[in-house]
Design a protein around this ligand. Structure first.
Ligand code: SF4
Length: 121
């Protein structure tokens, strides 16, 4: 049996999780205050994923860049590729909150959306 320790990122409480993994691969999670902690632990140890936040350049706007995030979580090992791909994106103002700024980022199938309005300067 293997034991892993994690901190749940599901909410600010940050519960300390202990995961016991049997030889057959079944998991028992303890330390979670709510069911989301067990879901997080199992996912983190089998298919870790994250929402990625970053920024993208904008020309002609009241600010030179806009904050963005992936619309859904993406595999953790694709985060670097996602951020790298966004370095090559440049938008033209105006940009609307929720606007798709990149499709299928880094081949993950996830879109990247703006999280702020940028007005024409
Ligand atoms: S287990 Fe539940 S209460 Fe604890 S950090 Fe995760 S989401 Fe929050």
């Amino acid at each position: 049996m293997k034991v892993k320790e994690l901190v749940c990122i599901g909410c600010p409480l940050g519960c300390n999780l202990k995961v016991e993994i049997s030889e057959e691969g079944s998991m028992e999670v303890t330390g979670n205050t709510c069911p989301r902690g067990a879901d997080y632990a199992e996912k983190e140890l089998t298919d870790p994923r994250r929402i990625v936040t970053s920024s993208v350049r904008v020309s002609g706007g009241h600010l030179p860049c806009v904050s963005v995030k992936t619309e859904t979580d993406i595999p953790k090992d694709k985060i670097f590729d996602c951020v790298k791909a966004l370095k090559n994106v440049e938008l033209l103002a105006p940009v609307k909150i929720g606007q798709i700024v990149a499709e299928n980022v880094a081949g993950t199938g996830a879109a990247v959306i703006a999280t702020k309005d940028i007005y024409v300067q």
